[in-house]
Design a protein around this ligand. Sequence first.
Ligand code: HEC
Ligand code: HEC
Ligand code: HEC
Ligand code: HEC
Ligand code: HEC
Length: 368
Amino acid sequence: MKYFFLFLIINTYSCEYSSLNFSNGIKAIQFDMDRDAITNLETSQSCKKCHKIIYDNWFNSRHKVSFTNELYQESHKREPRNWCVNCHAPLMKRNGIESNLNDRILKEEGISCNVCHIREKKILVKKLPELKEEKYYHQYKLEADFGQRKFCADCHQFNFPNIESNTKDENFHYSNLEMQNTLNEFNSSFFKELGECSTCHLESYSMNSHSFFGGHSKNKLKESIEIEIEKISETKISIKLITIGIAHSFPTGDLFRTLRVKINDSKSKKFITEIYLKKTYLKNSSGDKNSPPMILDSDNRIEPPKESHVSEKKFIVWIPKNIIEIEAILYMDYLHGLNRFETNLNKNFTFLEFKKKKFILKKLTKKG
Ligand code: HEC
Ligand code: HEC
Ligand code: HEC
Ligand code: HEC
Ligand code: HEC
């Protein structure tokens, strides 16, 4: 048993990047403009001159707005914790104070070029770029695991705090219940040996490099999620949701995120029913200080694909008799649950409709 714990400690420790100082959100990354930043290249804007496409794509990504976006700002007001900022605006002045937002460096740039690429005036890369001029423009530091799945997982895979850490940041400890489980989901999928997170999301060396598409990308959602509907009796339909090329569960990531499928009578536009795909949690009242503040109650999301690049999930729902044509509307809800009632944000920020499809319900033959 002792050895098992020793293994766990070594294993957790090896997730920390020596050069990047990532810590899975436990502490801020100490960054010193004089020691770390490339001279005169302090902001991401300064990379634009030579890496314009990458800069523009990143500028329009969620990484750019990870601290400033409305959803984050509203939830941060509710829970103003250092822990959150350690992932959403991770760079802090050397010897700064974690709780002092003025000590965070370039927080309006969120997950910036500096966060992922730059330490000690060097550019971190997995392998050196091809040498085209006499000498390199930048100084590089090679980091074998740079950009591999663990690199992304440092922010995209983490647990609930334990009850004791649920409201305070001192002596912070994670519990054993996953809050965002994207890496584990990926590692259980058909895609686990075929590439990394970055193979899909970074789209390196292309016109889309660094766009980091995700749950706010209407076009990508549209092409990655399909719906099929069939009548199975006078009062029942089957709804099949299919993910195409998604290497993890869907939705994944943030715990409020919900995929909603609304079914209307397409003639009268009358509402018939709605399905919600999400995880739900209950409060944990065990009283054990090391346990998580929540218990996973249910999870009906579309699972990671196991045998091919697609994964399916089927629902059977009741409909009134004599309906000839229905319409299905698919949308993301970023605030499902209680937060939906508490929010003051405009719907433009909290919902995204990405697909609408009509289905004619065929008359069933006597036998069927
Ligand atoms: C004056 C032009 C210039 C600026 C400004 C610049 N770069 Fe570069 N960058 C280059 C050139 C040229 C290369 C090609 C390799 C070399 O010469 O070092 C490169 C290569 C890179 C690479 C490696 C590319 C590969 O193929 O692996 C990364 C990463 C990088 N730059 C990041 C940045 C970041 C981040 C910034 C802003 C802090 C930045 N660069 C600012 C010119 C620039
Ligand atoms: C979330 C982390 C992250 C951020 C933020 C980020 N990069 Fe990268 N970048 C990577 C990774 C990982 C790779 C390596 C990709 C690979 O090997 O497939 C990379 C590769 C590159 C490359 C070479 C590949 C290519 O597509 O040309 C350049 C140049 C580069 N980054 C510049 C930048 C600049 C400039 C910024 C800011 C505008 C930036 N990066 C922001 C993670 C990041
Ligand atoms: C330092 C922390 C950090 C690292 C490292 C990081 N991310 Fe992120 N990422 C975030 C945060 C925080 C957000 C949420 C932004 C927001 O508030 O919408 C995010 C958002 C995203 C999104 C958009 C999700 C959506 O729903 O729109 C994608 C996709 C993504 N990251 C992929 C990656 C990949 C791939 C890597 C590795 C190459 C990576 N990230 C590395 C912190 C990080
Ligand atoms: C085989 C390609 C592929 C790989 C590998 C992959 N993803 Fe995704 N990911 C997708 C697609 C496709 C979507 C859905 C389209 C969208 O959200 O725009 C998605 C969506 C997401 C989202 C938004 C989900 C939501 O609920 O809104 C996040 C965050 C994300 N991926 C992170 C990651 C991370 C982190 C990894 C690695 C551990 C990873 N992805 C690996 C293809 C991939
Ligand atoms: C270990 C890193 C980490 C910590 C700690 C963390 N987050 Fe996040 N957060 C992320 C990542 C990664 C995403 C993107 C996942 C996705 O898009 O589904 C995210 C997404 C979000 C979103 C959704 C934003 C959107 O665009 O839809 C909100 C809101 C949010 N976080 C708020 C918080 C708050 C408040 C805290 C503290 C109580 C916190 N986060 C702590 C990494 C973290």
